[in-house]
Design a protein around this ligand. Structure first.
Ligand code: 13P
Length: 288
């Protein structure tokens, strides 16, 4: 199945009270692991690409080529969206041009008027070209690709203003942060989430920083209108741990254990296990 935008899968998720996972990709193994797991679980999936990861993978066109090739080569029949994660205005335009099916424009660091103006322009382009678009209000804390956010709670009225521009999905800061959560993390602000949901109605809400959020909090967030959950660091940690074990066990020194296809296999399997666990938790299995 060719790439699809994220509108239909998220509308269904919001109505059905589950969430679709956005898993960020870094290379071929990452992408293959995520696609095979989504297919195995009959789940829709969103592949997230940060601007840094896009650069690492030799540019957005390479990413589109790789993903489209895999959809065909691996016979993937579940709905897959290829989505720019935390895009700049220029990055969003470049991804639209390169053939992504979905973009996020993160204007949360601009004053609200400027965020509205730029989001509005991109909404019009996405509408014309059939892409879905995510916008953000209230920055997500932590660090991702060198972008450091303070982690604030979004203003529900500002969320409504951005939602009314016709975006497909809305990321609202509710105390979530990227990367590992610190020991003294206060948890998600369900009060903010409930207020945002009340103002934005049927708009699918996006929870960033999916790594390390306890299962009960994830379930509560879904019950309050979260329909897309982003996971990045957790797959990286799973890959790192499995790869470290392979080397520490000396497997790379045995036979042809140095072959990259063998060396990277435990990490790829670990990513699959991580994605499987999240798809189960988010409730999107068999919703393709
Ligand atoms: P984590 O790295 O904390 O899972 O966050 C991912 C994310 O929100 C991508 O936008």
């Amino acid at each position: 199945m060719p790439l699809v935008n994220a509108k239909e899968m998220l509308t269904k998720a919001k109505a059905g009270h589950y969430a679709v996972g956005q898993f960020n990709i870094n290379n071929l193994e990452w992408t293959k692991s995520i696609l095979l797991t989504a297919q195995e679980m009959n789940s829709p999936v969103i592949l997230g690409v940060s601007e840094g990861a896009g650069k690492y993978m030799c540019g957005y066109k390479t990413v589109v080529g790789m993903v489209e090739g895999m959809l065909e080569g691996l016979n993937i029949t579940v709905p897959v969206a290829l989505h720019l994660d935390h895009g700049s205005y220029e990055g969003a335009k470049a991804c639209i041009e390169a053939g992504f099916s979905s973009i996020m424009f993160d204007g949360s660091h601009y004053p609200i008027d400027e965020n509205i103006e730029k989001t509005k322009e991109l909404v019009a382009i996405c509408e014309e070209k059939g892409l879905s678009i995510e916008a953000e209000v209230g920055s997500i804390g932590g660090e991702e690709d060198g972008v450091v956010g303070a982690g604030e709670c979004a203003d529900p009225n500002e969320c409504k203003m951005i939602a009314d521009l016709g975006v497909t999905m809305l990321a609202a800061g509710i105390g979530n942060i990227h990367g590992k959560y610190p020991e003294n993390w206060a948890g998600l602000s369900f009060e903010t989430l409930a207020a945002v949901q009340e103002k934005t109605g049927t708009m699918p809400l996006v929870l960033h920083g999916g790594t390390g959020i306890p299962a009960e909090m994830i379930q509560k967030a879904i019950s309050l209108g979260v329909s897309k959950i982003n996971v990045n660091t957790e797959c990286q940690l799973a890959f790192q741990e499995a790869t470290r074990k392979y080397i520490e066990d000396g497997k790379d020194l045995q036979g042809k254990g140095f072959d990259p296809r063998k060396l990277l296999a435990p990490g790829a399997e670990a990513i699959k296990a991580c994605v499987r666990e999240k798809i189960e938790l988010f409730g999107s299995a068999n919703k393709a």
